[in-house]
Write a protein that binds this ligand. Structure first.
Ligand code: GTR
Length: 414
């Protein structure tokens, strides 16, 4: 294995393709103990559990199951939201038998004119459900939120001026017009995104005596876990086609979405929007963000074991193409943005493309293109990729591609 460049200059970040260096990715079709994988059955029974364990032990930490006593309470329901086009429902998921303590508020939009249960996009948001759409009936989160001078958020509390602040990232009207529902919750309901956040988040709330172990889940694990709990709730909602729930996540929440989608095969589709390092991008490619920098800037995101690979990504027993492959044979969308070189668009493309042999085991074709496509040119069948022009963000263009992808995979079989 040669991966010398980064070891020599760990403090710098590389944006020069000629400096990426050479690397060998851990094999997809060979188990950690050396057995060849030649069928989808072997993949499902041997490689899949082996890889999930490696990612849990070395990257994201262990992931607990569904807690007993979990229950739901409807906070509000509006049968004529969005000018009569949608049903809006707000539901609290309580993670314990009590109606106090650990909980998550889900905002659910469903198209009003649906003929039966609808496919739904699900995902966590960065700033509270009230930022997803300006509708004044959406509950303003009372949890910790990151301060944001531009948005007037101070004292780590949300305010009503931030209603609809992130509406451009959720395009609710477009999703509803295309016949899909949207379920979202604030990621801070699961864990406030700062190094001390776990003390008030579910990692502490759900375990009486949290002692952080080397393979303990981090914030990304907590967010991923919450995504599965949102799906548990959606399973109880008759208007939702629970066989057609697409999990979407942007950036750090995209890392969590990939981890949730890898573990929880009930998600019928997984969408990574610029998830970058620790998400879709290959760790061994020295370009943009690095494992060391992730762990330094965000020490609470991953399991403590992940820190062992700071400046030594070539020593990890896994790389991120294996995480993407854990979505197989389900449809997977990996999206980059050109001005977001920090996330390493090419590393995201190569990682998505590397999953092809696993999709092939299931008789599916993944990324059909041999080369990275030009800007705004989605490529691929069951695995699709695009590199959008513009900045690190989620835009209408991104959603239009996700909706087209969902139409292709969800509507054909209806
Ligand atoms: C950056 C971080 C990225 C990505 C991003 C985001 O600061 O380095 O890995 O997660 O934040 O979540 O927007």
């Amino acid at each position: 294995l040669s991966f010398t460049t980064q070891a020599q200059e760990p403090e710098k970040f590389n944006y020069d393709e000629s400096q990426v260096g050479t690397y060998i990715l851990p094999p997809l079709l060979q188990t950690p103990d050396g057995k060849k994988i030649t069928s989808s059955t072997q993949w499902n029974t041997q490689q899949r559990p082996a890889l999930l364990k490696l990612f849990a032990d070395n990257v994201y930490g262990r992931l607990p199951g569904k807690p007993t006593g979990m229950h739901y309470k409807v906070i509000s329901e509006d049968k004529s939201a969005l000018g009569g086009k949608a049903i809006l429902k707000q539901v609290t998921i309580y993670f314990t038998p009590a109606d106090t303590g650990a909980s998550m508020d889900v905002l659910l939009y469903l198209p009003k004119q649906a003929k039966g249960p609808v496919p739904v996009f699900a995902g966590l948001n960065f700033k509270g459900n009230h930022t997803v759409h300006p509708d004044p009936q959406i509950k303003i989160t009372s949890r910790w939120v990151a301060n944001d001078k531009n948005a007037g958020i101070t004292g780590n509390r949300a305010n009503k001026q931030t209603r609809g602040l992130q509406a451009s990232r959720w395009v609710v009207e477009e999703i509803i017009a295309r016949g899909y529902g949207l379920a979202t919750a604030y990621y801070g309901d699961l864990e406030p995104d700062h190094p001390e956040g776990y003390k008030t988040g579910i990692r502490t709330q759900l375990s009486k005596n949290l002692k952080i172990q080397p393979n303990e889940w981090g914030a990304i694990g907590a967010w991923a876990w919450g995504m599965s709990r949102m799906l548990d709730y959606l399973e109880t909602e008759p208007a939702v086609n629970v066989k057609k729930v697409a999990l979407q996540g942007h950036s750090r929440i995209g890392k969590a979405a990939l981890w949730a989608g890898a573990n929880d095969t009930r998600f019928a589709m997984v969408i990574s929007n610029e998830s970058g390092e620790g998400g879709a991008a290959l760790a061994r490619r020295w370009y943009g963000e690095t494992v060391a920098r992730l762990n330094e800037a965000f020490p609470h995101w991953f399991s403590p074991n992940y820190k062992k690979f700071d400046n030594k990504p070539n020593q990890m027993p896994v790389d991120q193409h294996q995480l993407l492959a854990l979505v197989a044979p389900r449809p997977l969308y990996v999206a980059s943005a050109q001005e977001d070189q920090w996330s390493d668009p090419k590393g995201e493309f190569l990682s998505a493309q590397a999953t092809n042999p696993v999709y092939a085991l299931f008789g599916k074709s993944g990324i059909t293109a041999a080369e990275m496509p030009g800007l705004n040119q989605p490529v691929g069948e069951t695995v699709r990729y695009h590199n959008r022009s513009g900045k690190h963000d989620v835009t209408l263009y991104d959603w239009q591609q996700y909706l087209d992808f969902a139409d292709k995979h969800f509507r054909q079989t209806q």
